[in-house]
Design a protein around this ligand. Structure first.
Ligand SMILES: Cc1cc2nc3c(=O)[nH]c(=O)nc-3n(C[C@H](O)[C@H](O)[C@H](O)COP(=O)(O)O)c2cc1C
Length: 231
């Protein structure tokens, strides 16, 4: 019989997982390169199909991050890129209602009405400033790889977020970067045949900001699990 209280590691791991949040406003406090290296050093233990380790990570700060942000802000303002279709439209019904609930909370916390498309575009643009975080990460993958390797990548990215959380740092994974593949490839000199999986902001959470206090709910286990063969 497993008694969870007899496993102090479980308390720490669970608390780390449960307390991670997508953070969208950061303080100006810097994060040293050594700390980011240590986080990535933990994350490289993430599992992958046949140990293929499909991750390729770019870590930006200072002038290089500013140049990336500037290029992305310009591309976003130009509107010359088609919208990123990162999910099917329409979404399956249950997911659509969760997505709408997210939008209500997110834009609600920022005081932006759903109908104000201009202001919503400005909110989206904050992604490209890495929400003010001192460190921005871009995750790239060899485009020849398939969804199973992207599955590996998801595990890696969650491991990065948890390793960061464990040392008091905050993150936000950001698929919005993938819309500007060409801009990012140019900024990073991405090897040909590589594509952007997503970006990530990394830094210290601005705890006073209401946008960092939106608590996204989750479905209870019974809503997404089917147990078979148990008593
Ligand atoms: C792969 C991935 C991509 C995401 N992309 C964005 C993004 O581009 N911009 C953003 O503000 N949040 C983004 N998020 C954050 C999600 O909106 C957030 O994880 C979700 O609403 C659940 O909230 P929580 O992380 O605070 O629990 C992304 C999350 C994941 C996992």
């Amino acid at each position: 019989m497993i008694d969870r209280l007899a496993h102090p590691d479980a308390l720490v791991v669970d608390a780390t997982i449960r307390s991670r949040r997508a953070i969208r406003r950061f303080t100006h406090d810097p994060v040293p390169r050594r700390v980011v290296e240590e986080i990535l050093d933990v994350a490289r233990s993430a599992p992958s199909n046949s140990n293929t380790q499909p991750w390729r990570v770019y870590v930006l700060t200072g002038e290089r991050k500013a140049a990336m942000s500037e290029a992305l802000r310009r591309a976003h303002a130009d509107d010359g890129h088609p919208p990123l279709r990162h999910m099917p439209d329409p979404l399956p019904h249950d997911m659509r209602s969760r997505q709408e609930a997210f939008g209500m909370r997110y834009y609600g916390a920022l005081g932006v009405p759903k109908s104000d498309l201009q202001e919503r575009a400005r909110v989206t643009a904050r992604n490209f400033d890495f929400f003010g975080a001192p460190v921005g990460l871009i995750f790239a993958i060899d485009s020849r790889l398939t969804k199973y390797s992207w599955l590996d990548y998801g595990m890696f990215i969650q491991t990065v977020m948890l390793a960061a959380r464990a040392v008091g740092l905050a993150t936000c994974a950001q698929v919005s970067f993938a819309r500007f593949q060409d801009v990012i490839a140019d900024q990073l000199d991405l090897p040909s045949g590589h594509e952007v999986v997503c970006g990530m902001s990394l830094g210290f959470s601005d705890e006073a900001s209401p946008v960092n206090r939106i608590d996204m709910t989750r479905e209870p286990v019974r809503n997404f699990s089917t147990f078979l063969g148990f008593d």
